[in-house]
Design a protein around this ligand. Structure first.
Ligand SMILES: Cc1cc2nc3c(=O)[nH]c(=O)nc-3n(C[C@H](O)[C@H](O)[C@H](O)COP(=O)(O)OP(=O)(O)OC[C@H]3O[C@@H](n4cnc5c(N)ncnc54)[C@H](O)[C@@H]3O)c2cc1C
Length: 400
C-alpha cells in the first residue's frame, strides 16, 4: 500500500552529518524539508575524530562538552614516531561517539524545522513523465512517497539512489577503503588528550582515539588494491595485539562495547557526479572523504551546507535545472576540497612505496627539523599543500 503523498521543497535521503546539516540550513531559511533516515539508532562505524573546524558549523556542540584532543602521535610502518601538540591553539579537536554526534546534528535540523522521517528506507525515485519528482521509501508497514522540487542524496557509501540516479556507478572495490573499528573500555596507558595514527606497510592505517577516561575507539583498515590482499578481520586482530602498541594498551582484558566494519570512499570527490537536473549528491555518497587520512565528517558537513545554499538560490529563482545546480560544484569551498583531495591522492603511491618508506623518512625529518615538521603537521592536520621542498628533502634523505 502506498500512503503519504506529501510535497516538500527539498527531500533529503540520509540523516548523517551531511544530510542533517543540509536540512538544517534549508529549514532555517523557511523551506519545507523532508529528512529521511533508515534508522536513527544505527551507530555509523567511524573513529569519530573531528578537527576543531566542526565548531564553525556546529557552535552548539560545545555545550555537549565532547572529549577534547590536544595532540597526535603519528607512526610509520617501521614505528618511527612523531608527536605534535596544538595545546596553545584556540580550539581543540574532538573524538565523539557517532551515535551522539548524529543524534545531535539531526536534532539541530529538527529544531530548525526539518521534518525527520525515521525508520524509512529510501529505495527508488518517483518518476513522472520521465522526470524525477520524489523519493520512495519503505517502512515496516508500508511504502511512502515524498515529493520534492529538489532531491538531495546523503545516504552514504552504499547509496542505492546514487547509483539509480545515473550520476555515478556503484563504487568498485579498488575505489574504496574498508575499515573495522570498536569502542573498548578498560585501563590503558593512553594520554587521554592524544590520538594515535599508525600507517601500515601496505595501503592502510590503524588508529587509537580516546573517547573518555576509560573508553577508546580503535580500528584499522585498508584501501584500494590492499583491500583484496588483506583480510580485514585478520589485520584488525593483528593490530589490536601488536606488541608495538603495548606501551599504550597493555595486555589487559578490554571490554568490547561495540564493533563494526564499513567501507568508505578512498579516491576523493566524484566531481563529475555531484549534480544533475533537480538533484545533488553530498557527503560520502559523493566521495567527500580525504584520501590517506579517511577524514570525512568535516568535508561532508561542508558539502551539505553548500548544497543547501545552492538549493535555496535555485528555489528562489525558480530554476532547479542542472545548469543552475552546477553552482554547488563551482563553489569555492567545494573546489578547494576537490583540489586538496586530488593532491592527497597524488601522494598515496609516493607515501606507500617500498612498504611505506617515504612516510617513515617524513617522520624522521620532521623530528630533526622544525620547518619540515610544520609542513607535515599543516599537511596532515590542516590540509595545507606541501611545498616542492617537501618531496625533494625526502628524496635527498634516501640518496644520502
Ligand atoms: C570505519 C570508519 C572510520 C572513520 N573514521 C572517521 C574519523 O575518525 N573522522 C572522520 O572525519 N571521518 C571518518 N570516517 C568517515 C566518516 O564516517 C564519513 O565521511 C561521514 O560519516 C560521512 O557523513 P555522511 O552524512 O555523508 O554519511 P553517513 O554518516 O554514512 O550517513 C548516512 C546516513 O544515511 C542513512 N541511510 C543509509 N541508507 C539509507 C536509505 N536507503 N534510506 C534512508 N537513510 C539511509 C544512514 O543510516 C546514515 O544515517 C570513517 C569512516 C569509516 C567507515
Amino acid at each position: 500500500m502506498t500512503t503519504n503523498n506529501q510535497k516538500f521543497d527539498v527531500v533529503i535521503s540520509g540523516a548523517g552529518p551531511s544530510g542533517s546539516k543540509c536540512a538544517e540550513i534549508l529549514a532555517k531559511n523557511g523551506f519545507k524539508v523532508a529528512l529521511i533516515e533508515k534508522d536513527s539508532t544505527w551507530r555509523k562505524p567511524c573513529g569519530g575524530g573531528v578537527s576543531s573546524r566542526i565548531f564553525k558549523y556546529f557552535p552548539q556542540l560545545r555545550k555537549l562538552h565532547p572529549h577534547r584532543i590536544k595532540s597526535i602521535g603519528m607512526y610509520s610502518a617501521d614505528y618511527e614516531n612523531l608527536s605534535f601538540s596544538w595545546e596553545s591553539m584556540r580550539d581543540d579537536s574532538i573524538v565523539i561517539d557517532r551515535l551522539e554526534l548524529d543524534d545531535f546534528t539531526r536534532n539541530v535540523a529538527v529544531d530548525a524545522g526539518a521534518e525527520l522521517f525515521d525508520k524509512h528506507v529510501s529505495y527508488d525515485f518517483i518518476i513522472k513523465e520521465g522526470k524525477r519528482v520524489g523519493i520512495k521509501t519503505k517502512t515496516q508497514q508500508k511504502i511512502e512517497e515524498f515529493y520534492g522540487k529538489i532531491l538531495i542524496i546523503a545516504d552514504g557509501m552504499s547509496s542505492k539512489l546514487a547509483a539509480k540516479s545515473g550520476l555515478r556507478k556503484k563504487w568498485e572495490i579498488n575505489e574504496l577503503g574498508l575499515a573495522k573499528c570498536a569502542i573498548m573500555e578498560g585501563e590503558t596507558f593512553l594520554d587521554k588528550k592524544c590520538i594515535h595514527v599508525f600507517f601500515r606497510p601496505y595501503k592502510g592505517y590503524g588508529w587509537i582515539f580516546p573517547l573518555s577516561e576509560k573508553k577508546f575507539n580503535i580500528g584499522c583498515g585498508t584501501f584500494e588494491e590492499a583491500n583484496r590482499k588483506y583480510n580485514l578481520n585478520t589485520i584488525y586482530e593483528e593490530f589490536i595485539r601488536d606488541p608495538h602498541i603495548k606501551h599504550l594498551l597493555p595486555e589487559k582484558p578490554y571490554k568490547e562495547l561495540w564493533s563494526a566494519s564499513f567501507p568508505l570512499p578512498a579516491r576523493g570527490v566524484k566531481k563529475n557526479s555531484l549534480f544533475g537536473e533537480n538533484i545533488m549528491l553530498i557527503g560520502d555518497t559523493a566521495g567527500f572523504v580525504s584520501p590517506i587520512s579517511g577524514e570525512g565528517i568535516h568535508p561532508s558537513i561542508v558539502s551539505g551546507k553548500v548544497a543547501a545554499e545552492t538549493a535555496i538560490a535555485a528555489l528562489e529563482e525558480e530554476n532547479i535545472s542542472k545548469k543552475q545546480l552546477k553552482k554547488y560544484k563551482t563553489n569555492s569551498n567545494i573546489s578547494k576540497i576537490i583540489r586538496n583531495f586530488q593532491l592527497k591522492r597524488s601522494m598515496v603511491e609516493f607515501f606507500y612505496e617500498n612498504d611505506g618508506e617515504n612516510l617513515s623518512i617524513m617522520l624522521k625529518l620532521a623530528k630533526q627539523n622544525e620547518n619540515f615538521r610544520d609542513i607535515v603537521v599543516n599537511m596532515f592536520l590542516f590540509n595545507a599543500a606541501p611545498s616542492k621542498e617537501f618531496f625533494s628533502k625526502i628524496k635527498d634523505f634516501k640518496h644520502k
